[in-house]
Write a protein that binds this ligand. Structure first.
Ligand code: FAD
Length: 509
């Protein structure tokens, strides 16, 4: 796991070496905080002194300017220090991308050096009691009063609640239904700890994220100046989305550093554990399990840095960030489970870090957009990609007497646009794709003609019971297929028959 990727810059390679060494030197201290259930302030200060909080911040604002790749490198390594990794990650996510893209020059000068120095921690506040996966459903409101905004509401599940000084929040600035439909009802703000009316409501007792405070915060007529508004009024959704790819990637990468420690532990442990007079690493099942873990660790790491490179190249890798988030957290869960199995009963104790990975992974599958939401994104955005929407037509090939994907013209092309010929096109498609409907555009591609002529003919054929149509909500025909009567009318039965060569004629009827 210690290899560089060939596309890393010398600076990225250098920080990788540096942060690995830092983690090795501080691993024991992090364990002590874990056991004492204490927030690791001294360790967080050391991270700040090393300048790691500024890994993604441009140099002009006091950062290291190592981009998403550098941020991934640091997040993955600091993730090995548990609480420190999560705090580091969320502090960076609480404004870095959002201010870089949407902040004014003054806001960049005011906030980015603070993010870079790590002198104060940040928290990202999207989730509310009634707004989880449906993040646009915020109830926390911001109302303009003179030059100020007055905030009322609550946020929950906030990582770093209480210990953070900066809270990057999204609030509702309009109740207009039309604006709501266009996601124009949300605005982003930065709120500092200490503002009157801003308080901590609850700290959650969680399954994992040990010694990272996570909780509810409350805004009771909290007054902030307009200069704390990040981006235009009503542009909060875009501000949120702009930060999300980075958030998903970095939030995922924070798990992958732990995989290396688990693999080390498994090799160490199974060389020393003897059952049935053999060390357990000699059992094929144990070897398979470790091989599976190594594979998943390498795949998730490779994919994360691929996604980071896309971000660094200025792309918007929506699908890739969701995939990175999903596979890192699912693999973390699988690796945790498998590692425990290999370790046996010891794996179930807190004395070994395998159970910790499993608990963290379960959280990972829910935070930063649940994995179901990631799958929704992967599906929806991929469905719009030209690469997955190439025209694909199966045509009957007489040479092989089978339907094959073909770019050739349909044999019906150029025929006159009549009821009879349109029915033939649709019935012929049954011979090729017996279970599929055709789109009207498929029919037009095969025979030609205008959309309006085709629509009239399709409606007529439907009235005669020769085809069946499938319509959208507006009543527009979107799919068509021939009925059994339509098939009979278009071609003789033999037209649709097909038998393999080996099939005995005597058995045909
Ligand atoms: C430890 C921890 C740390 C967190 N840190 C932060 C933080 O720092 N800042 C912050 O703002 N938030 C944070 N969160 C909140 C987190 O992002 C949300 O918990 C998450 O987005 C899911 O929202 P929810 O818990 O309300 O679940 P819900 O949205 O209620 O989802 C419940 C179930 O319904 C499914 N579901 C919902 N909608 C759909 C859909 N359209 N299609 C299919 N399935 C769907 C979900 O996948 C899930 O299985 C944190 C949460 C945890 C547990």
């Amino acid at each position: 796991m210690s290899e560089h990727f060939f596309w890393w810059t010398d600076e990225q390679k250098a920080i990788y070496k540096d942060v690995r060494q830092f983690v090795e030197e501080n691993y024991e201290e992090a364990e002590e905080y874990f056991w004492n259930t204490k927030f690791p302030w001294p360790l967080v200060k050391k991270v700040a002194e090393k300048g790691y909080f500024g890994v993604g911040v441009p140099k002009e604002f006091g950062g290291l300017e190592l981009g998403a790749t550098g941020s991934c490198i640091v997040a993955a390594q600091l993730g090995r220090l548990y609480a420190v990794g999560h705090v580091f990650t969320v502090s960076m996510l609480a404004g870095l991308e959002q201010i870089l893209r949407f902040g004014t020059d003054e806001q960049k000068q005011a906030w980015l050096p603070k993010i870079a120095s790590g002198e104060e921690l940040g928290a990202l506040c999207i989730t509310e009691p009634f707004a989880g996966s449906d993040a646009a459903n915020v109830f926390t409101s911001a109302i303009k009063e003179g030059d100020d905004w007055v905030l009322n509401g609550k946020k929950r599940f906030i990582t770093g609640a209480g210990v953070s000084d900066r809270y990057f929040i999204y609030a509702k600035t309009s109740d207009d239904k039309a604006l709501r439909k266009q996601y124009g009802h949300i605005t982003a703000f930065m709120v500092e700890k200490g503002r009157p009316g801003f308080s901590l409501e609850k700290i959650n007792p969680l399954i994992g994220f040990d010694n990272v405070p996570n909780g509810y915060i409350d805004f009771d007529h909290v007054r902030i100046p307009d200069s704390n508004r990040i981006g235009a009024v009503g542009n909060g959704w875009n501000v949120m989305m702009a930060g999300l790819n980075f958030e998903r990637l970095i939030g995922a990468a924070v798990f992958s550093g732990q995989f290396e420690d688990i693999i080390n532990l498994l090799f160490h442990f199974t060389k020393r554990r003897v059952q049935f007079n053999r060390t357990t690493n000699q059992f094929p099942g144990v070897q398979d399990g470790i091989a599976e873990i190594i594979t998943k660790a390498k795949v998730s790491r490779l994919y994360s840095y691929h996604c980071a490179k896309l971000l660094d190249d200025g792309k918007e890798p929506m699908v890739e960030a969701s995939i990175a988030k999903m596979i890192n957290t699912e693999y973390a869960r699988d690796i945790g489970l498998k590692a425990i199995q290999i370790l046996g009963g010891d794996g179930l104790t807190k004395f070994l870090p395998a159970e910790r990975l499993l608990r963290e992974a379960k959280i990972g599958e829910i935070v930063a957009g649940t994995n179901e939401v990631q799958k929704m994104i992967i599906y929806r955005f991929s469905a719009m990609l030209p690469i997955y929407n190439k025209t694909m037509r199966f045509r009957w090939n007489d040479n092989v007497n089978a339907p094959i994907i073909s770019k050739k013209e349909s044999k019906f092309k150029g025929l006159s646009i009549t009821d009879e010929n349109i029915l033939k096109v649709i019935a012929h498609d049954y011979k090729i794709n017996p279970g599929l409907y055709m789109t009207p555009d498929d029919v037009r591609e095969d025979i030609g003609g205008s959309r309006s002529d085709l629509r009239k003919i399709l409606e007529e054929l439907e009235t005669q019971g020769l085809i069946v149509t499938h319509r959208d909500r507006a009543g527009k025909i979107v799919l068509v297929k021939a009925t059994y009567i339509g098939l009979q009318k278009a071609f003789p039965k033999v037209y649709y028959q097909w038998f393999p060569d080996w099939y005995d004629n005597a058995d045909k009827f």
